[in-house]
Design a protein around this ligand. Structure first.
Ligand SMILES: *Cc1c(COP(=O)(O)O)cnc(C)c1O
Length: 248
């Protein structure tokens, strides 16, 4: 055993730390997969479900470890952090990057250069800026419209009654592909009615955009409820990476 904090020749203390981190991530990931499988069984679902591991606040070394553990999709929420992190990844090519944070239109050009999916599109100005950015970068981005589920907003998103118009705007752009909807459940409340509402919004959008089948909902604390209400994408951070403080 190498005592904590010791430095051994040849950098083996680093290797030891990395190996310990890899094991922790593997255990956490496996526990989350178990929760997802149980929730799928309870909901009688056999369709596809994508786990997006949210790596915001955590270093590139963690992202590379996750890729080595079979993770294919990661979520980032700050442009500056994501740009720097992605540049230093060894396994960038193995990963699909989802931008899930609040998006200012002046950052859209930057995000359009690296994100494969932008989940947090919540107003027409961002649609236009992102479309321009994607066009300039010669890319086509997958987009979900973020829907506000809390009364009075608070956690981002377009109001429910404006979601279809925003979806139409995404679908009418040149370099954005409308994939579906995304939401964050209101803090503290019962997630079930919120996720049921999101499902209704999705149903409404799909009447005119049948390919917009994605429902991104569910985080570490409420993924079971999201699976019960038809989520196709889960965004899980702390249950896999730990809390931001405990990692420091
Ligand atoms: C941070 C974040 C998540 C992950 O939340 P956890 O509770 O850590 O699983 C999911 N979605 C969005 C939009 C986030 O910002």
């Amino acid at each position: 055993m190498i005592p904590d904090g010791s430095v051994t020749p040849g950098g083996s203390a680093d290797t030891h730390d990395l190996e310990r981190r890899r094991r922790d991530l593997e255990l956490n990931l496996s526990a989350v997969h178990d929760r997802i499988e149980r929730a799928r069984r309870d909901a009688g679902r056999t369709d596809e479900l994508t786990l997006v591991v949210v790596t915001k606040f955590f270093p590139a070394s963690d992202v590379d470890l996750l890729a080595g553990l079979g993770v294919t999709d990661i979520g980032e929420s700050r442009d500056q952090e994501a740009t720097a992190k992605l540049e230093s990844l060894a396994r960038r090519a193995d990963l699909r990057v989802h931008f899930i944070g609040q998006l200012q239109s002046n950052k859209a050009g930057s995000v359009a250069r690296y994100a494969d999916v932008v989940q947090s599109v919540d107003r027409a100005k961002v649609v236009r800026a992102l479309d321009r950015g994607a066009c300039a970068a010669g890319r086509v981005l997958d987009v979900t419209v973020q829907v506000a589920l809390a009364d009075g907003g608070g956690r981002g998103g377009v109001p429910v009654d404006q979601a279809e118009a925003l979806a139409d705007a995404v679908a009418g752009s040149t370099s954005l592909r409308l994939r579906g909807v995304m939401a964050v459940a209101p803090l503290g409340g019962d997630q079930h009615p919120a996720f049921a509402r999101l499902r209704e919004v999705s149903d409404g959008i799909r009447t005119s955009h049948p390919d917009a089948t994605w429902i991104s909902a569910g985080m570490s604390g409420d993924l079971e409820a999201a699976v019960a209400h038809g989520a196709t994408h889960l965004r899980v951070g702390s249950a896999i990476l730990g809390s931001r403080l405990s990692h420091r």
